[in-house]
Design a protein around this ligand. Structure first.
Ligand code: NAD
Ligand code: TYD
Length: 350
């Protein structure tokens, strides 16, 4: 039986990857390593945790000794590394936390893999999950390809870029068999309500203001999280070593247009009069260093691995809203306690 370590499996994307791997591959034993920070929640994977090929390990990737001991004990065959600090706004407030987890944490996993595999890399793989934000900001036209130079603008994207560089360097220097994917903005069930879509769904439910940064004319490419999990499965099994793949939804939206669509859909689903939620839109102080536009060219994923998104944005957004409306207890759990302090601090002065 192959032993696969997935880090960050209690978070948003990680939980969908864990569910897919544990249920689809009974011949793999899946280890979910997660520190359970504010963003990690075992409720996200409660439906699969009883399965015999799943083990949860609570631990911090910044703890080098712990990581080395875990690798020595379990002798993993593959790693899918998602654990990270992931929110740009938090990286502006506390950049060092992002260096610790995203750079040092990744380094610890790289060192442990190299030392544990001892240059015998047959059938081994280190898969690093990254973001399109490492490429910086686009103007009104153009797309990020796998050869676009890195130009990160936020402490979050700088920390992810640094970790990508180290992964690549371990491939070149030690021969570590790695693969990296850089994906656009995900949305879907289990998304922590600090990011645009789940935050605004939460605020619309509670009829709270919708804080749109700046003039709202910023553009993101959005991908349904399950389509990202499908892509990760494909790349883990069929991607080529020492390669990078860009993953995206072919689905660009200006924030303000997306927010208006969300308002319209929420009014319909909540049986509120048309236009109710739009009245909550409030333009607030802009994010410093706000990247104007991200857009991904996912042609390589399509041509080499036959991947393309399986749901339209309309379908994905509808599924997402339905999930939040039927999981309000989940929302209540994750928005109690420390979330309230975060929210006050982040939005009070805006
Ligand atoms: P998330 O914030 O929802 O989850 C992160 C998970 O990592 C949590 O479960 C948290 O407990 C865990 N974690 C954090 N610090 C840890 C540490 N020191 N040790 C062990 N576990 C720790 O993040 P997400 O949105 O699911 O993103 C997952 C990965 O995908 C990240 O690497 C992120 O950079 C990347 N990514 C995210 C998006 C997106 O739109 N969310 C897009 C592209 C790439
Ligand atoms: P976010 O979901 O934080 O993802 P990222 O910054 O990684 O793209 O933000 C998506 C876009 O929405 C981004 O342009 C910032 C904007 N935004 C707001 O306008 N208001 C908010 O409260 C948040 C969280 C984001």
């Amino acid at each position: 039986m192959k032993k696969i370590l997935i880090t960050g499996g209690a978070g948003f994307i990680g939980s969908h990857v864990i569910r897919r791997f544990v249920s689809k591959y009974p011949a793999y034993h899946i280890y979910n390593l997660d520190a359970l920070t504010y963003a990690g929640n075992l409720e996200n994977i409660a439906d699969i945790e009883h399965l015999p090929n799943y083990t949860f390990v609570k631990g911090d990737i910044t703890d080098a000794d712990f990581i080395h001991q875990l690798f020595e004990k379990e002798q993993f065959d593959g790693i899918i590394h998602l654990a990270a600090e992931s929110h740009v706004d938090r990286s502006i407030t506390d950049p060092l936390a992002f260096v610790k987890t995203n750079v040092i944490g990744t380094m610890n996993l790289l060192n442990a893999s190299r030392d544990c595999w001892k240059n015998d890399y047959q059938d081994k793989r280190f898969y690093h999950i990254s973001t399109d934000e490492v490429y910086g900001a686009l103007g009104d036209t153009g797309l990020f390809t796998e050869t676009t130079p890195y130009s990160p603008n936020s402490p979050y994207s700088a920390s992810k870029a640094a970790s990508d560089h180290f992964v690549r360097a371990y491939g070149e220097t030690y021969g570590l068999p790695y693969v990296i994917t850089n994906c656009s903005n995900n949305y879907g069930p289990n998304h922590f309500p600090e990011k645009l879509i789940p935050l605004f769904i939460h605020n619309i439910i509670h009829q709270k203001p919708l804080p749109v940064y700046g003039d709202g004319n910023y553009t993101r490419d959005w991908l349904f999280v399950i389509d990202h999990a499908i892509a990760i499965d494909l790349v883990f099994h069929e991607g080529k070593n020492h390669e990078t793949y860009n993953i995206g939804g072919f689905n660009e939206w200006k924030n303000i247009d997306l927010v208006r669509l969300l308002c319209q859909k929420m009014d319909e689903k909540l049986n509120r009069p048309k236009g109710t939620s739009e009245q909550l839109i409030t333009f607030v102080k802009d994010r410093p260093g706000h990247d104007l536009r991200y857009a991904i060219d996912a042609t390589k994923m399509n041509k080499e691995l036959g991947w393309k998104p399986s749901v339209t944005f309309e379908e994905g957004l509808s599924l997402t809203i339905d999930w939040y409306l039927t999981h309000q207890e989940w929302l209540t759990h994750v928005t109690s306690g420390a979330y309230q302090q975060y929210y006050q601090k982040q939005y009070a002065e805006k």
